[in-house]
Design a protein around this ligand. Structure first.
Ligand code: AHM
Ligand code: MG
Length: 319
């Protein structure tokens, strides 16, 4: 029997006849990210065998110990994106500064911003990790743009299966890597978040350091028969939230008044996906994608997920 879903990522994007300027070039950029992520998936799976688990010996710009696989994943992405003729600038969690690739005048019309291996502290224990990416226009030769300007956003989960969730601003589609074909195959189109679900996902160990509104929301949830789910890998937690509903939060804490997650390559791409799937993504005081970034590695509080659940959190924040 012919597999019903035998449509590759590229075939699907081409068949969508995207109403976007330079759609073909954008599809090439997604193709480069797809190639890089298939290579990263292979390396993640073999990490223990190839002895590339553990710290690389340096810190990134955030002062966090870089894992060997953070460094390798970053190199793979940069290698694949550099060869893509329409990429103008790359920027990564693992690079201090944005990396110029080619000027706009040479066709570099896109900026690609990414977290090459999110949740990498989970690799040693074989828990889901992922790549998060965002594609922006390169009109002003700067990646410091509001998330509203994103042309595409997505993530790849390296978990029990490898999958890509992608939006080009016209809904959210889900692809799974078929290990036999070596390609991402479409499995679901037009993903929609459930409007509500009694699941919250946050690092509750920091509870006493959260602003009062978050603590009141948690009290409310405890009294209301909620489930708690937290992997500690944003890709894993957001993916579950997209499919099953509920709310994912990374609030401000006393030590980190803007939270931990980064606006450009964690907050914005996830926010675009969630909004495209009918959910809400806010900092607590406005849409994440409306924040004007001042620096590449800027942090933002994140509350995202089912519309009604995010509204419930916001209700407590505004009390
Ligand atoms: P990373 O990009 O250095 O991996 O950090 C981001 C990760 C997210 O995947 C996750 O949501 C968060 O850090 C977990 O942080 P914490 O351990 O404070 O709960
Ligand atoms: Mg990250």
């Amino acid at each position: 029997m012919v597999h019903e879903n035998l449509t590759t990522l590229r075939e699907h994007l081409v068949s969508r006849k995207l109403a976007l300027e330079h759609a073909a070039e954008l599809i090439d950029v997604i193709g480069a990210i797809s190639l890089a992520s298939r290579s990263i998936a292979h390396k993640v799976r073999r990490a223990r065998l190839a002895d590339v688990l553990g710290e690389a010996g340096g810190d990134n710009v955030h002062g966090e110990a870089q894992q060997k696989l953070d460094v390798i994943s970053n190199e793979v992405l940069l290698h694949c994106l550099r060869r893509c003729p329409s990429v103008g600038i790359c920027a990564s969690e693992e690079e201090d500064e944005a990396v110029p690739v080619r000027p706009l005048s040479d066709g570099g019309r896109f900026c690609v911003v990414y977290d090459p291996l999110d949740g990498s502290s989970n690799i040693d224990v074989a828990v889901s990790v992922g790549t998060i990416f965002s594609v922006l226009p390169n009109d002003d030769e700067s990646v410091l743009q509001r998330g509203e300007r994103q042309l595409a956003a997505g993530y790849v989960v390296y978990g029990s299966s490898v999958l890509m969730v992608l939006t080009l601003g016209e809904g959210v589609d889900l692809f799974v890597l078929d290990p036999d074909l070596g390609d991402f195959v479409l499995v679901q189109q037009g993903l929609q978040l459930p409007a509500s679900r009694k699941i919250y996902s946050l690092n509750e160990a920091y509870r006493d350091d959260f602003p009062g509104g978050y603590q009141r929301y948690l009290d409310d949830a405890h009294a209301g028969g909620y489930s708690s789910r937290y992997i500690g890998s944003m890709v894993g937690d957001v993916h579950r939230t997209l499919l099953k509903g509920g709310v994912f939060l990374y609030p401000p804490t006393t030590q980190a008044p803007s939270g931990k997650l980064r606006l450009l390559y964690e907050g914005n791409p996830m926010a675009m996906l969630v909004e495209q799937a009918g959910g809400t993504a806010t900092t607590g005081s406005g849409r994440i994608v409306e924040v004007e970034p001042a620096e590449l590695h800027q942090r933002t509080p994140v509350i995202l997920g089912s519309r009604e659940e995010v509204a419930r959190v916001l209700g407590h924040l505004q009390e």
